[in-house]
Design a protein around this ligand. Structure first.
Ligand SMILES: *[C@@H]1O[C@H](CO)[C@@H](O)[C@H](O)[C@H]1NC(C)=O
Ligand SMILES: *[C@@H]1O[C@H](CO)[C@@H](O)[C@H](O)[C@H]1NC(C)=O
Ligand SMILES: *[C@@H]1O[C@H](CO)[C@@H](O)[C@H](O)[C@H]1NC(C)=O
Ligand SMILES: *[C@H]1O[C@H](CO)[C@@H](O)[C@H](O)[C@H]1NC(C)=O
Length: 475
């Protein structure tokens, strides 16, 4: 009996067409509350993938979200590379083998603190190209640029289809993303921004993946694309889906922030993360993605300017894939508390009740016996309130989750997970007898240089991504 239960609990059904309504994504006819975690395949090694995915699953994660990194796959035009850390199909198949779902963010522009936002450098040399725009005066070039985006997107989608990786084919991919936070720069393109958004949406839908598409931070995402929230406090800030039949999805919940050289790491407490996730779910949210769940390493020159090689080391899994406590454990308990009442959350109607000046109850009541509640205290001090005639003490700035509207299963501010610390031991010390290599760079003499111009040369166009440096003499 126990064995049967365990088997049931650890097997995630796969396949099935994916649709959505105003409440959630619907996979194979089932509404779902999904916890998702970003893990980017090129920021770790294929040897690490199985344990990263397994540890995410143990932490209550249902979905792994990743970008697709165009410039890693097509460094030279038409020359593709899907080997080693670039083997996206293998990464997705590993996720599938462990019974989790996938959200694929194709971009093609991804930002992601990645060099050139993921765009291959050769795009830069296409005459007149304007990235991410439907640019009338340059229509002929713009059609070119759009067709490059289109070619790459189509290639990736076809690759996924031929490996049967979309949920509609029995695979794990349940959601895709086109573009990335475009609204942040849309204004710069003036009237040429909105047609580009429509074009990108149409192109994506035309690829017929059988699963929905999302645009993040894009309030006007055209139907049927879902507009989603990115940020730290989507429970407070998200204006919601742009149509009543779209679900409320949070594609980037920042677990920390990327770190630039010379800066301190951005620390976000487990309590703060848990509070905001609980609030988002309490307000009808049904999908939360942790950005990042595992950040990993920016190898070689793949990180964007200023960003250090460790990426989101403060995430629930640190740079090396080790569990960071109490973040990992506190969120695991939060996920379990929410999952224990997910049927109620997905089928009951939500109402918000005032419990005091700074206290709210978000109640999902289906019948007299089936009920779940979130009790929020936004005040900086603890208070005791009454809910259904029972007194509850609410710690400062916290949300209590009552899966049956009676007993508190979890409070976001009460961390019951032990803190862990990470200590480092020297593996190899570079003593005086050990080898250092010194690289001497020859300082060029002006008279011996071959590249001359009577105008300013730009670094990217001149160095062509062979170096981040350019020795420049000017007179
Ligand atoms: C998805 O829907 C299509 C068309 O309705 C159907 O042929 C296919 O079998 C469905 N796929 C799954 C996995 O249910
Ligand atoms: C797009 O792909 C097709 C087929 O592979 C190719 O013929 C065409 O030149 C490509 N277009 C661009 C802009 O890369
Ligand atoms: C949640 O959805 C219900 C409808 O099912 C609606 O009445 C309620 O206002 C929504 N709550 C919030 C906070 O948006
Ligand atoms: C998102 O995650 C951060 C920490 O990563 C947390 O502070 C926040 O409360 C979470 N939820 C929301 C809705 O921001």
């Amino acid at each position: 009996m126990l064995l049967l239960l365990l088997t049931a609990a650890f097997t995630t059904a796969h396949g099935g067409n994916v649709t959505y309504d105003g409440r959630s994504l619907i996979i194979d006819g089932q509404h779902k509350i999904l916890f998702s975690g970003s893990i980017h395949y090129p920021r770790s090694t294929p040897e690490m993938w199985p344990s990263l995915i397994a540890t995410a699953k143990k932490g209550g994660i249902d979905v792994i979200q990743t970008y697709v990194f165009w410039n890693l796959h097509e460094p030279q035009q038409g020359q593709y590379d899907f080997s080693g850390r670039r083997d996206i199909v293998k990464f997705i198949e590993e996720i599938q083998a462990q019974g989790l779902y996938v959200t694929l963010r194709i971009g093609p522009f991804i930002e992601s603190e990645w060099t050139y936002g993921g765009l291959p450098l050769w795009l830069h040399d296409i005459p007149g190209i304007v990235f991410r725009s439907d640019n009338e005066p340059f229509k002929v070039f713009t059609i070119l640029s759009l067709s490059y985006y289109n070619n790459f997107t189509t290639k990736i989608v076809n690759m996924m289809k031929s490996a049967n990786l979309y949920a509609s084919q029995g695979g794990p991919i349940i959601l895709s993303q086109i573009e990335n936070e475009y609204s942040m720069i849309e204004g710069a393109f003036h009237e040429r921004g909105p047609p580009y958004v429509r074009w990108a949406a149409q192109m994506a839908v035309g690829l017929q993946t059988g699963v929905p598409w999302a645009m993040c931070k894009q309030d006007d995402a055209p139907d049927p694309l879902i507009n989603t929230c990115n940020g730290m406090e989507c429970g407070k800030t998200f204006k919601g889906p742009n149509s009543p039949n779209k679900p409320s999805l949070w594609t980037e919940n920042w677990t920390s922030f990327y770190q630039a050289f010379g800066e301190e790491p951005y620390l976000r407490s487990a309590e703060d993360i848990a509070y905001n996730v609980a609030l988002f779910i309490a307000k009808n949210g049904s999908y939360v993605n942790y950005y990042m769940y595992h950040g990993g390493t920016n190898f070689e020159r793949t990180g964007s300017a200023f960003v250090i090689t460790a990426y989101y080391d403060q995430a629930p899994l640190d740079e090396y894939g080790l569990i960071r406590q109490p973040k990992w454990g506190h969120l695991k308990k939060l996920h379990a508390a929410i999952k224990s009442c997910s049927n109620t959350l997905l089928s009951a109607t939500q109402t918000t009740l005032n419990l005091g000046t700074k206290q709210e109850a978000y109640v999902f009541r289906k019948s007299s016996t089936e009920c779940a509640a979130f009790l929020e205290n936004t005040d900086n001090k603890a208070v005791t309130i009454r809910f259904q005639n029972i007194p509850y003490s609410l710690p400062p700035k916290s949300i209590s989750i009552l899966p049956n509207c009676k007993k508190v299963a979890f409070n976001t501010a009460k961390v019951r997970t032990k803190y862990s610390t990470r200590t480092m031991k020297y593996g190899l010390q570079f003593g005086s007898n050990e080898q250092w290599e010194v690289y001497q760079e020859a300082i060029p003499k002006f008279d011996e240089t071959s590249l001359r111009a009577n105008k300013l040369l730009d670094q990217i166009g001149t160095a062509k991504d062979t170096s981040d440096y350019l020795w420049y003499t000017f007179r």
